[in-house]
Design a binder for this molecule. Structure first.
Ligand SMILES: [Zn+2]
Length: 161
């Protein structure tokens, strides 16, 4: 314990009333609080920036989802069929990859697809080459360029033929 703290503790012990003890402690508490506030103020802009970035990403994700839901008119954009209770529609990213996913998000890179058309054993995530035609038709219908991943797959398929 520092000398100052020892002196403070003694003055608190020797105080006759609670009020007197409070008066002794008050300036020390005030200094501690203002030091904590200074520290918090220094890191606040950074925290705010991070929070804003998260909010923006979330808003963009929500907006994209809403746009895709509106565009799909209640049907799977890959197979054209309506959803079923055990095979609901979900948002599928055409140019996937966790790190790359966020910056590439735009309405021409996401579509609403059945759970199975998306992530099933024959779905677009598992067997993307099976869906090149469907993605091409979908992109042409909406005036989007073929998503980069499917352009590459298409090029590879042509080389192999
Ligand atoms: Zn489907």
């Amino acid at each position: 314990m520092s000398r100052e703290m020892e002196r403070l503790a003694r003055r608190v012990r020797e105080a006759k009333t609670l009020e007197e003890a409070r008066r002794v402690v008050a300036p020390v508490l005030a200094r501690a609080v203002s030091a904590a506030r200074r520290k918090a103020a220094k890191t606040k802009p950074r925290r705010d920036a991070e929070a804003r970035k998260r909010d923006r990403a979330w808003e963009e994700g929500t907006k994209l989802r809403e746009l895709a839901i509106g565009r799909c008119e209640g049907l799977c954009e890959l197979c054209g069929l309506p959803p079923l209770p055990l095979n609901p529609l979900q948002l599928a990213h055409l140019d996937g990859g966790s790190g790359k996913r966020r910056p590439r998000q735009w309405i021409g890179n996401v579509l609403m697809a059945h759970l199975l058309c998306h992530q099933g054993s024959l779905g677009i995530d598992t067997r993307p080459t099976m869906w090149i035609g469907a993605v091409g038709l979908w992109a042409a219908r909406h005036g989007y360029p073929m998503p980069a991943r499917f352009q590459k797959l298409e090029a590879l398929r042509k080389v192999n033929e």
